[in-house]
Design a protein around this ligand. Structure first.
Ligand code: NAG
Ligand code: NAG
Ligand code: NAG
Ligand code: NAG
Ligand code: NAG
Ligand code: NAG
Ligand code: NAG
Length: 650
């Protein structure tokens, strides 16, 4: 409990676990200490400390309820104080005087102390140097304008997990250094006037927010990250017009509940006009603000969209990542308002979008014009939808004009997504993978897992066979005859677990595979010359859940010799003519189990011969026996021969 650390850091955390419990601060501390960690003890009272060089004091997770007035007076260098998880809602008079005496403090943590607004206000007096404040898990219900009046230098405030429902005007505005504000897990219902220009990070996740509005002004806001996730928003937030907003978290809200995009936009605008008490119907505020936002990331997963807000999202010209998973789209149709009377649909673009997540949307249809709009797309997640894939574009072009295809095909064609590298089509009930399905893309990874009973046409991967590095075809229930793979010269990962494969395609010998997963198939053996061919790159292979023949397992020996990792070897079973056993068990003594097996096999092949031989011997014996009557004792030599052969056949 008293280690001598060279940097004058004394670590007395969890002392009760070792020699003794600390019920008070030890008296004989080295005066040169700079850091003192007394967390997780049973200290209840704190009296005067004389540690003139101490910079960091951690008293978190004790039972501290009384700090004597002069306790910190002699801690001239103290900069960081952690008092979280104590009982500082008691003895406010004495405790607050102690805390008020350290005006040089830069970081203070008073989380989980059952503090209310008045207590916090007292503790924050005389804190002109305070930079970082944490008061998570207290009992604050209202933030008053006088709360931070003596700690105006605050840069980073975290007040998560209280029950704040009111923030008085003037609470945060005077804090001119404030950059980070975390108010997650409170009871805020609306933000109808956001005006913290200096703020860079605002976290309002897990409140009950119904809307978020900013009054329009021409000032530049520095806001970069806004988290409004897990609230009750019905509309997109109205963010500052001139902002630096780059990350917008809106997942788990109710946006999109109002059916069409047009309704949603006009409702949001009229609500906005109501708030700013604008009488005349004004321009489209939502859109004019969004147009200027330098957003690169927006998370809209787990909302209520039934239609894709094409126009609104296409305004975000810097957007790189759009998460639209877990909504209820079903279809992405191209219902763009046309500027003229042209019968052709207007094409708009998502000019920077690289990552699009559309998982779990019940999608049956995606307009080809939507795919056209994704000019920079790299990763597309379509997992858990009901999409069917078109045969190659070439095939369609020959039968119809492109415009016709655009309007009424019910399948999805990837041909125009030249930049596409990562495609996830897991769980789509795809029945058939036609030749050249991915022609025109530059696929690096492809996930086709869990498309039960999908048939993969020979040539399905043609034209991406030279770029594909990771292929997942697990849980398809395909047999080896449903699977034909081309030579894939850069494939490094193959996952083919949970199928009914009985051989591994030998075309894989082309590939520099590093990892193979063939668990839960019906393989009886592996091609050891294929393994040799792969050995230059192969690191790992998963093999359990197959129906391996122990006695045809040269491949295991080869894998072992090549020192290829088999992580599930201990779960791998094989069978002999006698029983099933764990492969590792078998390998301890292969001869014991398989010499028998070999004999049995020989018997099988020699059965006819033995029957004939046996008949011959019986016949001979019979002849000898009949002769026995005439001649005498020679036949004794023959009988053991007959017996021996009989035993052998068993
Ligand atoms: C204070 O200590 C607690 C552990 O008891 C820790 O979780 C928290 O991060 C510390 N606060 C600061 C500001 O470092
Ligand atoms: C504020 O802190 C300074 C020292 O940092 C101290 O001299 C002064 O008495 C404190 N004020 C109060 C009201 O405690
Ligand atoms: C906001 O706070 C919540 C709750 O603590 C946290 O889970 C989330 O990661 C934070 N958001 C951001 C963008 O940091
Ligand atoms: C999208 O959101 C879902 C659910 O919140 C999450 O699981 C997924 O990882 C996210 N996708 C991306 C690309 O961030
Ligand atoms: C597209 O629509 C035309 C006319 O309605 C129809 O003849 C054609 O078969 C449709 N094509 C497909 C692929 O559905
Ligand atoms: C896999 O296919 C076999 C034969 O068609 C069928 O009996 C079995 O139910 C299928 N299994 C699954 C999980 O679809
Ligand atoms: C085993 O793999 C090699 C390629 O390394 C191939 O030439 C051979 O035909 C395969 N044997 C069987 C039985 O599939």
């Amino acid at each position: 409990c008293y280690p001598h650390l060279p940097d004058f850091f004394l670590f007395l955390k969890h002392c009760y676990k070792s020699i003794f419990s600390l019920y008070s601060v030890p008296v004989d501390l080295d005066v040169r200490l700079r850091r003192l960690d007394l967390s997780n003890n049973f200290i209840r009272q704190l009296h005067t400390l004389v540690l003139p060089y101490l910079e960091q004091l951690d008293l978190s997770a004790n039972q501290l309820d009384l700090i004597s007035e002069g306790a910190f007076k002699n801690l001239a260098q103290l900069k960081e104080l952690n008092l979280s998880r104590n009982a500082l809602n008691n003895n406010l008079d004495s405790n607050s005087k102690a805390l008020q005496s350290i005006s040089r403090l830069q970081s203070l943590d008073i989380s989980v102390n059952s503090l209310n607004g008045e207590a916090v206000e007292l503790y924050l007096r005389n804190k002109s140097s305070l930079d970082q404040l944490k008061m998570t898990g207290n009992a604050l219900t209202r933030l008053s304008h006088s709360l931070f009046k003596e700690s105006k230098g605050l840069r980073d405030i975290t007040i998560e997990d209280n029950t704040i429902s009111v923030i008085e005007e003037g609470t945060f505005e005077p804090l001119s250094q404030l950059e980070m504000l975390n108010l997650a897990k409170n009871n805020l219902v609306q933000i109808c006037d956001f005006k913290l220009h200096h703020l860079k990070y605002l976290n309002l996740s897990r409140n009950s927010l119904e809307y978020f509005f900013t009054h329009e002004d021409d000032q530049l806001y520095r806001l970069e990250i806004l988290d409004l996730s897990f609230n009750k928003l019905l509309y997109f937030p109205i963010v500052p017009k001139m902002s630096s907003l780059r990350y917008l978290h809106l997942q788990n809200n109710m946006i999109g509940t109002l059916n069409s995009e047009a309704t949603m936009v006009s409702e949001a605008n009229s609500l906005y006009n109501e708030i700013i008490k604008e009488k005349i119907a004004r321009k489209n505020n939502l859109h004019s603000n969004w147009r200027l936002m330098p957003l690169i990331y927006i998370d809209l997963s787990y909302n209520h969209f039934t239609s894709f807000p094409l126009e609104t999202l296409s305004l975000l010209s810097s957007l790189e990542t759009l998460n639209f998973s877990y909504n209820c789209l079903q279809n992405i149709v191209w219902n763009i308002r046309n500027h003229s009377d042209s019968s052709y649909s207007r094409q708009i673009f998502f000019p920077s979008l690289k990552h699009l997540d559309l998982q779990s949307n019940g999608l049956l249809y995606i307009s080809p014009l939507f795919l056209n709009a994704l000019t920079q797309i790299e990763a597309l997640n379509l997992q858990d939808n009901s999409l069917q894939l078109c045969a190659s574009m070439e095939h369609l072009r020959s039968s119809q004009s492109t415009q016709q295809i655009s309007l009424n095909t019910s399948c999805i064609a990837f041909g125009r997504l030249r930049t596409l590298k990562h495609l996830n089509l897991k769980e789509n009930k795809i029945k058939m993978l036609n030749p050249n399905t991915f022609q025109g893309t530059s696929l690096v990874s492809l996930n086709l897992a869990r498309n039960s009973d999908m048939v993969m046409h020979e040539g399905a991967l043609d034209s991406v066979q030279t770029t594909i590095q990771s292929l997942i075809i697990s849980e398809i229930n395909m047999t080896s005859s449903d699977l034909s793979l081309p030579c894939m010269p850069v494939l490094t990962e193959l996952k083919a677990a949970n199928n009914r494969l009985d051989i591994i395609p030998s075309s894989l010998s082309c590939s520099p595979l590093r990892e193979i997963d063939i668990r839960n198939n019906v393989l009886m053996t592996l091609n050891h010359s294929l393994i040799h061919a792969l050995s230059g790159n192969l690191d790992r292979i998963y093999i359990s859940g197959n129906h391996f023949n122990c006695c045809d397992s040269k491949w295991v020996t080869v894998l072992k010799e090549l020192q290829i990792e088999m992580p599930d070897m201990s779960d791998t079973e094989c069978f002999t003519s006698i029983s099933n056993m764990v492969m590792t068990e078998y390998l301890k003594n292969p001869l014991l189990y398989c010499s028998l097996h070999k004999k049995a096999q020989e018997v099988h092949f020699g059965q006819m011969f033995i029957i004939v031989l046996f008949a011959f011997v019986i016949l001979t014996a019979f002849i000898l026996f009949t002769r026995k009557r005439s001649s005498s004792k020679i036949q004794y030599n023959k009988k053991p021969t007959c017996y021996c052969i009989y035993m052998y056949t068993f």
